[in-house]
Design a binder for this molecule. Sequence first.
Ligand SMILES: *Cc1c(COP(=O)(O)O)cnc(C)c1O
Length: 378
Amino acid sequence: MIRERIRTMSSTLDFDIELSARRVPAAEREAILANPGWGQHFTDHMIAISYSPDRGWHDAKLQPYGPIPLDPSSQVLHYAQEIFEGMKAYLQPDGTLVMFRPRMNAARFNRSAERMAMPTLPEEVFVRALELLVGADRDWVPTQEGHSLYLRPFMIATSRALGVQRPSQEYLFLVIASPSGSYYSGGIKPVTVWASDDYTRAAPGGTGEAKCGGNYAASFVAQAQALEAGCDQVVWLDAAERRWVEEVGSMNLFFVHGSGAQARLMTPALTGTLLPGVTRDSLLKLAPDLGLPVEEGRISIDEWERACADGEITEVFGCGTAAIISPVGGVKGAGGRAWTIGDGEPGPVSMRLREELIGIQYGTRPDPYGWIHEITSD
Ligand SMILES: *Cc1c(COP(=O)(O)O)cnc(C)c1O
């Protein structure tokens, strides 16, 4: 067993490194990497770190991937005290492995933790845990264009207690990794979205800003409704007035007004019910440097329909770590309401931004913002 010591501002943490004796054979791994799909296969190792009030974060391990023992009374199984992050490791042309703005994910993870009454994890530990896992499983990082190693840090409440008067006392932080293909295997296809009348994602004072599993559990029924209506994803409207457009599926939204030299962008402002995406934040910084003014504002579903009919809105896209940029081609809603955005095809502004961002992530374009975080091998 190898031991690595992480020093943080407030403490030190020892990681025990236990490498798997039963790794997936190389031939099998190569077969998976040839056609990885999305989130279906997992690498040979995972990270686990325990928390208790008296010991703080302790028992940090890189260990073989596998089931975790969980008491049936664990709080997470009853009251859904759980948060997660989603990010990727990318292979650069020179063979180095990088992550994209991992500190942003670490900071957001801690904001989610605070909202869900869970302990925070030092950012250095969060980032080092990811580096250790990617380093141990570097053979699992896909080399095909547009593919990546998807990383899933998460935290669960593990105290054995059914009382609801207080949050769990004990927690487990885990990181697993999954080789992932391109979100669009058959070329970029715009999504059609369903404006849900029946369901909302997040209410003022609720957990919309936190990346918690419960938000997703509550969204599946609306997603099923979208599929039934022949759409790909749900457009979430605000819970109070059911007018203001917030997000689409699990992506933030951008609206393109005008075209050519007149094109400008608008994204719904972070009101507390939207998830503050790292991709959204990156586009807010990147777009003005490409000559595209951006504004954080708001738009109602009726205004969206009218502005598409007038040709004022020319493109709409969703953005997030998984798909990066996902053009929206059309909207449908209750009562047969339906409209197309532009000609329903991916627009030039969406595709330009997509290329720029992907270029930075995969190291084929310069990174003037210092967003690329190289994973140092030990
Ligand atoms: C994770 C997530 C996003 C996108 O965030 P990124 O950091 O850009 O991946 C947007 N909306 C919801 C609801 C999410 O959970």
